[in-house]
Design a protein around this ligand. Structure first.
Ligand SMILES: *Cc1c(COP(=O)(O)O)cnc(C)c1O
Length: 384
């Protein structure tokens, strides 16, 4: 760029990011095979992806994506309301609704785009949002965009949520409680039974983000809401991009909710329909998740094995390990990488406290997990 002082703040900002130890850069992945990835001619065991069931590389998803491309082409070519609404989209939305036991469902370009449109469609400046402090970035930014008053409650603290509802709910027109079901950086589960009861008692809507719950929890893999048997009316959203191995987001709920969103949700209305390949792959993924519980059993067996080897308890395939400050966490992540293990160091501003974030998959072999646990123990000991 030529020297134009209008852009010089970029240099200063990057320097601040470096100084804080927050600087990040994407690594280039040159090959993918099961749970190993290639970077610069070396292969690593991947403990960083959200490919919980290994479906992103599944032959059946690949074949359905290919045949969708053959039939419909690579792009949906316009917004759903114009000429981008294909049979495939209808099929996927029916599958999601049937799986989630809701009347209806709607798919979006990504989970992030879903929340950025959904929350502002549900509430506005006369309304109030109660939000878990550990919510995902897209719930936080969707809440901001809505212009509703946002009150955060301490992570998973439903007693505090109850107090805040009692204090503020009646001062506003609509109220919306928003929470992850499985927290993306901590792997713990929100107290959804209690939160659902509060939403009912205080006449507040409840939006649950199942991005890391879907495919992993519940008898049919529908998520934490299914696992906990919650039947209170609520709004479920999630992603097609993690356990389901495709790309996209969804909302599942009542028929009125979905038709309302089709008319009022900007991030659904003013964007191109989900690509045929992604849509078809997601359809196949849902069929597999519903009919092959053994994939989930394998995943949970891997979680148990890691828990046992590290002497920790594990509540989901997302396992945070708190090993020290930012430099120490980065040093250990580097040691793991030298040993051929990809485990990201997650740090501020993504999270308040630095940690290693292991994510497990049904495709990991027991040997890979045992090796991971050994190298972690060695690296933690040898890093001061
Ligand atoms: C990953 C994630 C999203 C975003 O989903 P994408 O489909 O990747 O955009 C939303 N919410 C939570 C909790 C997530 O972890």
């Amino acid at each position: 760029m030529t020297h134009n002082s209008a852009y010089s703040w970029l240099d200063a900002s990057l320097e601040t990011i470096h100084k804080a130890g927050w600087y990040r850069q994407p690594q280039v992945i040159t090959a993918v095979a099961g749970m190993t990835v290639g970077i610069d001619d070396r292969s690593y065991i991947n403990f960083a992806s959200n490919n919980y069931l290994g479906l992103a590389g599944d032959q059946r998803l690949k074949l359905s994506a290919i045949s969708a491309i053959e039939k419909y082409g690579t792009g949906a070519t316009s917004a759903r309301l114009v000429v981008g609404n294909y049979t495939l989209h209808q099929t996927l939305e029916q599958k999601i609704a049937q799986w989630k036991q809701t009347e209806s469902a709607l798919v979006f370009s990504s989970g992030y785009a879903t929340n950025m449109g959904l929350i502002p469609a549900l509430v506005g400046s006369r309304d109030i949002i109660f939000a878990d402090a550990y919510n995902h970035s897209c719930l936080k930014n969707g809440a901001k965009l809505s212009q509703a008053k946002v009150i955060e409650y301490k992570h998973s603290n439903y007693q505090e949520l109850a107090q805040l509802l009692a204090e503020y709910r009646h001062l506003h027109r609509r109220a919306l409680i928003i929470t992850d079901s499985v927290f993306s950086m901590d792997g713990d589960i929100a107290p959804l039974t209690e939160i659902a009861e509060l939403s009912d008692r205080f006449s507040a809507m409840l939006l649950v983000d199942e991005a890391h719950g879907v495919g992993v929890f519940g008898k049919t893999g529908a998520g934490v809401i299914e696992a906990l048997g919650i039947t209170t009316p609520l709004i479920q959203m999630g992603t097609l991009s993690k356990a389901l191995g495709s790309l996209g987001g969804y909302v599942a709920g009542s028929h009125q909710l979905i038709t309302y969103l089709q008319n009022r949700c900007a991030s659904w209305i003013y964007t191109t329909g989900l690509s045929p390949a992604d849509t078809a792959a997601a359809c196949t993924a849902i069929e597999i998740v519903q009919t092959e519980p053994e994939l989930r059993q394998k995943l949970w067996a891997n979680c148990q094995l890691l828990a046992q080897r590290l002497g920790i308890s594990v509540t989901s395939p997302i396992v945070p390990l708190f090993v020290g400050d930012i430099p120490k966490t980065l040093a250990i992540a580097q040691k793991l990488q030298s040993a051929g293990l990809l485990v990201p160091a997650i740090r501020p501003p993504t999270v308040p406290t630095p940690r290693l974030r292991i994510s497990l998959s049904a495709l990991h072999t027991p040997d890979q997990i045992i090796y991971l646990a050994e190298i972690i123990k060695q690296s933690v000991q040898s890093t001061s």
